[in-house]
Ligand binder design. Structure first.
Ligand SMILES: Cc1ncc(COP(=O)(O)O)c(C=O)c1O
Length: 314
């Protein structure tokens, strides 16, 4: 019971909606949903995606939450924090067994996970690719008492349900936009936004901006998460703004992101939001979105711990 109340403390039903800020981008009015302001550590889409996962873990009397991430994973850090808040143990399988004996080279993210009590298990890249199908990983998980496994990036159906609530919030805050834009890694966030738009009978277009190169296949994954596939708004993944690949950046992207911050005071992380905001600017520049439209872009966070490191976040 103590666990339940502390879990609910992090996801209070009455948590105020994250603010919507209106800015101008190349002469077009743009609404920015500032989900980056929802929590310092379990930030942006992480708070949304972990909500029902952690509540379910607590409900099932789970002892340990298990998840996966790279050395700079936002998701790993958010899970370490959230699990601790819920009174649960956390185990993080981290890509790269060479890190096990090199604590001095650990990223700020790994140090913070460790300080939050997460047990870090460093695994080879080949085992990491296989996740729970790798013998070394499954054996460790099976040895744990009542473990709840959250996939890499935190994306599953429960995460999608959590993200969909973001649109429930929007409906109380703004007029229906013409477009909603968000970044795409695993696609859970995009699926949640599309589901939320459908749940609220909005008809706006939803554009997801892929931040990885060759992310083909994410569309079918997103579709699988969309519960009944009916009444869905038009949505698509834009693949041309990945900046060369995951955690890669072009000079143009970096320049855009710095200029945007100077102009609006809104900081963008280098992996996800600099690419989605840049994509929106390009859509406006190419007149695919004009002054007749009312686009809305979701700032999904990525700035937890005050860091904005280039690395394999997720
Ligand atoms: C800040 C941020 N934005 C967007 C994403 C992409 O979300 P998804 O993996 O659900 O597509 C991530 C990764 O989870 C992220 O850390």
């Amino acid at each position: 019971m103590g666990q339940v109340s502390s879990a609910l403390n992090l996801w209070k039903e009455q948590l105020p909606p994250t603010p919507c800020q209106t800015i101008e981008m190349l002469g077009v009015e743009v609404i920015v949903k500032r989900d980056d302001l929802n929590h310092a550590v379990v930030q942006g889409n992480k708070l949304r995606k972990l909500k029902y996962n952690l509540l379910q873990a607590v409900e099932q009397n789970t002892e340990t939450v298990v998840t996966f991430g790279g050395a700079y994973s936002n998701h790993l850090l958010a899970t370490a924090y959230a699990a601790r808040t819920c009174g649960l143990k956390a185990v993080g399988f981290v890509r790269g067994d060479e890190l096990a004996n090199q604590t001095s080279t650990w990223s700020e993210c790994l140090n913070q996970c460790h300080q939050l009590g997460m047990q870090l298990e460093f695994v080879s890249r080949s085992d990491y690719r296989l996740k729970t199908a790798a013998k070394a990983i499954s054996e460790k998980i099976n040895a744990l008492e009542a473990a709840f496994v959250i996939p890499e990036g935190g994306s599953n159906q429960l995460a999608v349900d959590g993200v969909a609530e973001l649109v429930d919030e929007l409906v109380t805050q703004v007029d229906e936009p013409t477009h909603i834009v968000c970044p795409v890694g695993t696609g859970g966030t995009l699926a949640g936004v599309v589901q939320g738009v459908a749940n609220n009978n909005w008809r706006c277009k939803v554009f997801g901006v892929a931040v990885l190169k060759g992310l083909h296949g994410v569309e079918s994954q997103v579709y699988q998460w969309l519960t009944d596939g009916i009444n869905l708004p038009e949505y698509k993944v834009l693949h041309q703004f990945n900046g060369g690949g995951y955690a890669k950046n072009t000079q143009e992207l970096i320049g855009f992101s710095l200029g945007f911050e100077q102009e609006t005071g809104i900081q963008l992380d280098k992996i996800y939001n600099s690419k989605s905001f840049y994509a929106l600017a390009q859509l406006i520049k190419n007149q695919q979105i004009t002054t007749k439209d009312l686009p809305l872009i979701i700032h999904t966070g990525g700035l937890q711990g005050g860091t904005n490191q280039i690395g394999d976040q997720g």
